[in-house]
Design a protein. Structure first.
Length: 281
């Protein structure tokens, strides 16, 4: 397929490379100037698919504004950012009015799985959108969850996932710092807890970053005020209180305000460490 890929960040670059590796013709686009190895120059009017893997709803809409009227009829837009379900439905309606397919397709798995084509994709959209997007999804994902025939279902499920993921990261950081106040080192924490019932995927993935003082951003702190903010807004509209999510959101906001927004999201542990008056590794 001839694919345009917008957003060559920590996730997007690996995804675009996976598409190239699968034999597709891919044109990469990123305002930072990052270039895609093996990328090609393809006009929007010649594309079969446009993958939008940017930070948020505003950036997704900005890219789509430039594509509407330029993509050929029957092309598919695959939108991967974490956005509110209502936003996904609105963009799907815009695409349908322009004769395009729209797949609401947020992603999960991190940069490592993006680079190996092993993501999980939570997708919803019309059957024709899935059919057109199938070669792209095959190259990007180990698992594609089909979550309905209309946009919004994928984004709703991603909100559920982010609610859990964000609170798990914050809980891991809180637990590790609590342990340190009781003489449990990060090394011992990571030796023991992954073998016990209190573990989680996020604990096992992010805990070593704190232990090793490695805050290179695989997923940055600033992702979470956005994503958990989306969850909180949806919850408010649904009339449900979510104190655990709100507590995690507050901690990530504190970490961002302290200047750690661009660091790995495990840096939220610094908020707890500062409160406890202890030094992390």
């Amino acid at each position: 397929m001839r694919i345009g890929f917008w957003g060559l960040g920590s996730m997007g670059l690996g995804m675009a490379r996976s598409l190239v590796g699968a034999g597709h013709s891919v044109a990469g686009h990123d305002p930072s100037g990052v270039e895609l190895d093996g990328g090609e120059t393809i006009a929007p009017g010649d594309l079969d698919a446009a993958v939008i893997c940017v930070l948020n709803a505003a950036q997704t809409e900005s890219v789509l504004d430039g594509l509407l009227g330029a993509l050929p009829e029957g092309a598919v837009v695959i939108a991967c950012a974490t956005v509110p379900p209502d936003f996904a439905r609105a963009q799907a309606a815009r695409c349908e009015a322009a004769g395009l397919h729209y797949l609401d397709a947020p992603i999960s798995g991190g940069a490592a799985k993006a680079a190996t084509g092993q993501l999980s994709i939570m997708a919803s959209g019309a059957p024709a959108a899935f059919e057109t997007a199938a070669p792209v999804l095959d190259a990007l994902a180990e698992t594609v969850f089909r979550l309905g025939d209309a946009a919004g279902g994928g984004s709703a499920m991603k909100a559920v996932n982010q609610m859990l993921a964000g609170t798990h990261i914050a809980a891991m950081a809180e637990a590790m710092v609590f342990g340190m106040t009781q003489g449990v080192t990060p090394e011992t924490f990571m030796d023991v807890i992954p073998q016990c019932a209190g573990t989680s995927w996020m604990l096992e993935n992010r805990g070593p970053h704190i232990r090793d003082a490695d805050y290179a951003p695989r997923s940055a702190v600033d992702i979470w005020p956005k994503d958990l903010g989306i969850v909180a807004a949806i919850a408010e509209g649904a009339g449900i209180e979510m104190p655990l999510t709100q507590a995690a959101l507050a901690r990530f906001r504190e970490a961002s305000e302290a200047g750690w927004g661009g660091e790995d999201d495990a840096a939220v542990a610094r908020v707890y460490a500062a409160q406890a008056g202890i030094d992390l590794p």
